[in-house]
Every structure is written in structure tokens, then in C-alpha cells.
Design a protein around this ligand. Structure first.
Ligand SMILES: [Zn+2]
Length: 242
């Protein structure tokens, strides 16, 4: 799948699952007092949106094993080199990073970082916001420097807004894991499939060759608009006062 499809499914997964996940005590820093007079674990609207953006960025991480993927080209030679390394370690594209084990490991890593090193956590949050914006194509077509400047400006702006709204990051690990997992699910829908149970080498792929061809008409003309509509619908459903 292409970067923007992964990013959009990442947002959808978070918007769909977050209210349920928030019931897990470790996902919310403090209990929120809701109108009914009951103390409940809940994400506030700002955390809900921040989580969707983080999850979008995290949904790009498994493709670090692909030196020409969107993620590898996001931060110039730095991400390209990193991606070369990951590609080598994980045994080529769609190897170890496209598995359940990777999603769980990187989710726990992010959770640990969020609890242990506030600065490391902030760096991770900023990188993931930048990745999410890059994935959905924020920028000026054909103007690399301009696009980078817009990305940096918007990333800093969003981070500052989240800070001013007291967004807590207790859910960071969960959002990262969900993002990586939905990437794997998405790639399983394509014709190449994924080694979900890595290190076992069995690949999960749809039967009868009905898998999506990456970057072809269906993904660009039908899937992308459909995913955007689902995102808008979910945002409305979760946040509109009824
Ligand atoms: Zn992938």
C-alpha cells in the first residue's frame, strides 16, 4: 500500500478504537470527571485528535524497511540511511517490520519512553506528527524546500497546540502499536501479503489473488477518497455534540 493509504487507515483505527482503548487504565493519565458524576477513564477531545495524528505517523513506521518509501525520504539522508540499515537487518522489504512482534515491541518501547524520558517522548511525538503530515501530502508540489518548511511549521504548531491543551501522552505506546498493526493489516490486503507471525516465514495474503495492487487505480481513485470520507464521518460521530 502507498504511504497515504497507510496514514489514513492509521487515523481510522485510532478514531474507531480509542474510546474503547481509553478504558484501559494505563492509556489515560488521569481519570476524567464526566457529567454523569461518574469518574471514568477517558481521552479528552485534544488527546483524541493528537492520538489520531500520532497513529497516522506510526502507521508509516513498518515501511522503514523500504529505502524508497515515503518514510525513508521524509528527513533526507538521515531517514534514508536508517532505512537502509533497517532493510538489511529485517531481511528486505516486508520482513520483520511487517509483523505482530514488531508492532508490540515498538509499542512497548514508545510506552517506556513516554514514561521515562519526557524529552525522548517529545522528540518521538514531533517526528510522528511530521511523518503524518508528510504522508498525507501536506506541502507544495514540486517545491521540496517549501514543503519541508511548511511541514516543520505545521508540526511545531500542532505540538504547541497539544501542549497548550495539556495533552498527556500516556496513550503514546498504544497509538504507536495500533498504527504499526493497521499497517500490517493493510499490507495483508495487497497481493504480496505480510509475514504477520515473523520470525515464522509464513505469509498472510488474501485468497484467490484478490489482493490490491499497490499504487494502481483502485487504491488511488476508490480507496483514498473512501478512506477520507470514513475519517470525516468518524470525527463527526466521535466529536459532534449530539
Ligand atoms: Zn508496508
Amino acid at each position: 500500500m502507498m504511504g497515504h493509504s497507510h496514514a489514513m487507515t492509521g487515523a481510522i483505527a485510532w478514531l474507531g478504537l480509542a474510546p474503547g482503548l481509553a478504558a484501559i487504565p494505563m492509556v489515560t493519565e488521569s481519570s476524567t470527571y464526566i457529567e454523569t458524576g461518574i469518574m471514568a477513564n477517558a481521552l479528552n477531545p485534544a488527546e483524541f485528535i493528537a492520538g489520531a495524528i500520532i497513529c497516522m505517523g506510526a502507521a508509516m513506521l513498518p515501511d522503514l524497511d523500504h529505502p524508497s518509501a515515503t518514510i525513508a525520504q521524509t528527513f533526507g539522508p538521515l531517514t534514508w540511511l536508517l532505512s537502509k540499515g533497517v532493510n538489511w537487518i529485517s531481511g528486505g522489504h516486508r520482513g520483520a517490520t511487517h509483523s505482530l512482534a514488531f508492532a508490540v515491541a515498538i509499542g512497548f518501547g514508545a510506552h517506556w519512553l513516554a514514561n521515562t524520558y519526557p524529552i525522548g517522548r517529545d522528540i518521538m511525538v514531533v517526528l510522528l506528527i511530521g511523518l503524518a503530515l508528510r504522508a498525507i501530502g501536506i506541502g507544495i508540489p514540486g517545491n521540496k524546500l517549501g514543503s519541508v518548511m511548511i511541514n516543520i511549521g505545521m508540526t511545531a504548531g500542532l505540538f504547541a497546540v497539544f501542549m497548550s491543551m495539556n495533552v498527556g501522552y500516556a496513550w503514546l505506546g498504544m497509538a504507536v502499536a495500533v498504527g504499526c498493526l493497521i499497517h500490517v493489516v493493510g499490507d495483508c490486503m495487497t497481493e504480496r501479503g505480510c509475514p504477520v507471525l515473523w520470525p515464522l516465514s509464513v505469509r498472510f495474503v488474501l485468497p484467490w489473488k484478490i489482493g490490491i495492487k499497490t499504487g494502481k487505480k483502485f487504491e488511488q481513485k476508490i480507496l483514498a477518497p473512501l478512506l477520507s470520507v470514513v475519517i470525516v464521518g468518524l470525527l463527526f460521530w466521535r466529536l459532534a455534540p449530539i
